[in-house]
Write a protein that binds this ligand. Structure first.
Ligand code: GLP
Length: 255
């Protein structure tokens, strides 16, 4: 895409269409900087032409373990600030894995049950980390994994240090939907912008399928949309073909 704004509008259009057809749609929500243009475009679209979103449900991908309740950088707080409030969603309908150490041993299974009880995720928004992680599935994550505790790599902790007062404040552990959980969503939308994501995108889209590149799990999914800018696309070997397919995309294809 030519801009992050255009990418955001494209995905927001697909989400709006989904909610219009299914008012209690289940959205898979991602944190990080990458999905922000999607949430901003959706908020704009709802403000300009409101639709009923009171029954929309949502599941976040991941959460830090051990941050005090209400910490501004907990993903619960981030999802509330960046998604629930600007979009006017019903807070009780939006789920985030529980990172409380006291209940962490059962939190993963509880989360899996909640996703299944909701009927599964209709559209899963995904960013990708420089280590190739989806959610917080760091290299070595099984393609069959479900929601569980992971230890963050030092690279990911360093990347996320910008949100904390000091790099040491970034938690060591997280709870994340597994790659197996993510693969059960009915439509995956992977977004990536900037040169720093070019290797992870090339590995995810064209590399061998391997737990060492968690993003490559998307190659197993029947419906994936990868939305990148020129810099994030710069290491794709088949780029000319993808551009050709995009240029000839029929209006009935959807994204
Ligand atoms: C974070 C999140 C991921 C996100 C990734 C990239 O740590 N757990 O869900 O996709 O890292 O973040 P950003 O979009 O800010 O580059």
């Amino acid at each position: 895409m030519e801009s992050q704004e255009a990418a955001g509008e494209l995905v927001a259009g697909a989400i709006r269409e989904l909610i219009t057809a299914k008012p209690d749609a289940v959205l898979g929500l991602a944190t990080g900087s990458t999905p922000l243009p999607v949430y901003q475009a959706l908020a704009k679209s709802f403000a300009a032409d409101p639709i009923d979103v009171s029954r929309v449900r949502g599941f976040a991908l991941d959460e830090y373990v051990g941050l005090p309740p209400g910490h501004p950088e907990s993903y619960r707080a981030v999802i509330t600030r960046d998604v629930v409030e600007p979009l006017g969603l019903t807070p009780e309908n939006i789920h985030v894995p529980n990172g409380d150490p006291a209940t962490i041993r059962t939190a993963g299974d509880d989360y899996e049950r909640a996703i299944i009880a909701a009927g599964g995720v209709d559209i899963q928004i995904l960013g990708i980390g420089r280590t190739g992680h989806l959610g917080f599935n760091e290299p070595g994550s099984s393609f069959g994994s479900t929601t569980r505790i992971k230890t963050l790599t030092e690279k990911t902790r360093a990347d996320n240090a910008r949100f904390f007062d000091s790099p040491d404040d970034v938690p060591m552990h997280c709870i994340t939907q597994g790659l197996g959980t993510i693969l059960r969503a009915r439509h995956l939308v992977v977004l990536a912008f900037g040169e720093s994501k070019a290797d992870a995108i090339a590995a995810a889209v064209e590399g061998p399928m391997t737990a060492s590149q968690p993003g490559s799990a998307i190659q197993l999914h029947p419906h994936v949309t990868v939305i990148v800018d020129a810099a994030a696309a710069s290491k794709l070997a088949n780029l000319a073909y993808y551009k050709h397919a995009w240029a000839h995309k029929a209006p009935w294809e959807g994204i």
